[in-house]
Design a protein around this ligand. Structure first.
Ligand SMILES: [Fe+2]
Length: 275
């Protein structure tokens, strides 16, 4: 073979290798790995054709990266707007829950206190913040189903509840869920509202759920609900002191409410007080 044909063959091989490494970089770009390696091929020393291909791919990468960045910003903005929307809707529902206070002043203060106690207990036992927030909302809304009670049940007199009235009272968790059911973002909050009167031994209502069947959030609201009911004045009884309330909680500990929740709740109140 002549020296000229040797040179030609070496040039051909070099250009083949150049094309192959360019293809590898393009394949990498296709997989989403944007590196600056392509820019090497735009420099002098490469053939005009290779330079043009590399420049075009480089431009394409810049445009794709800019669009991806814009998309990420738009997704983040959508997430933020969604959070604002959820917060506003929750505020609107809480405002409706306050309407209950117009019928029964006791219930409104009760909902607020149960919400704060539930939030404190949830945080104390180490639940993640988003779950603490769900339990806080569940606490505000837990008795929203009482909005449909007859006036007699809200009467300030010491009314003797007949069977029909007891049945009506037992319906309030389900009515609460019915009111809230279209707010899908509330998710498990609906269960907390539904099951806040369930009892570990299965004697609660509306479903008679037992132990592990009762969601933790519902159990938390349940302790807070009991404590507040015992310690505040109601139309039909005077509120008891904190130590007396702890005695009652200890009696229902393990029977109606999980021992861990009762213990953590007592610790929380001892450390940080009542409202
Ligand atoms: Fe309730």
């Amino acid at each position: 073979m002549s020296a000229a044909s040797d040179t030609l063959s070496a040039e051909y091989q070099a250009s083949q290798e150049e094309v192959l490494s360019l293809i590898q970089i393009i394949e990498d770009v296709a997989r989403g790995n944007y590196s600056n390696d392509i820019m090497e091929f735009t420099k002098p020393g490469h053939s005009k054709m290779i330079q043009r291909v590399a420049e075009a791919i480089g431009m394409m990468m810049v445009r794709i990266e800019a669009r991806e960045l814009r998309l990420e910003q738009l997704v983040e903005e959508l997430r933020r707007l969604n959070r604002v929307l959820e917060k506003n809707t929750t505020q609107a529902v809480i405002a409706i829950a306050h309407a209950l206070g117009a019928r029964d002043r006791y219930t409104e203060g009760h909902a607020h206190r149960v919400s704060v106690y539930s939030e404190r207990l949830a945080r104390r036992i180490g639940l993640p913040e988003e779950e603490v927030e769900r339990i806080r909302i569940g606490g505000v809304l837990h008795d929203i189903g009482k909005i449909g009670f007859s006036d007699l049940i809200f009467s300030k007199e010491d009314v003797r509840f007949n069977e029909a009235m007891v049945e009506e009272i037992h319906r309030h968790p389900a009515i609460g869920v019915y009111i809230l059911k279209d707010l899908s973002f509330l998710g498990p909050v609906l269960d907390y509202v539904h099951y806040h009167h369930e009892s570990l031994d299965g004697t609660g209502y509306p479903r008679g759920l037992k132990r592990d069947q009762i969601p933790l959030g519902a159990g938390i609201i349940s302790v807070a609900d009991c404590f507040d009911a015992i310690t505040t004045d109601r139309p039909y009884h005077k509120g008891l002191g904190v130590e007396e309330a702890f005695d009652i909680l200890r009696k229902i500990r393990g029977k109606n409410i999980s021992p861990e929740l009762v213990d953590a709740f007592i610790e929380e109140i001892r450390e940080n007080g009542t409202l």
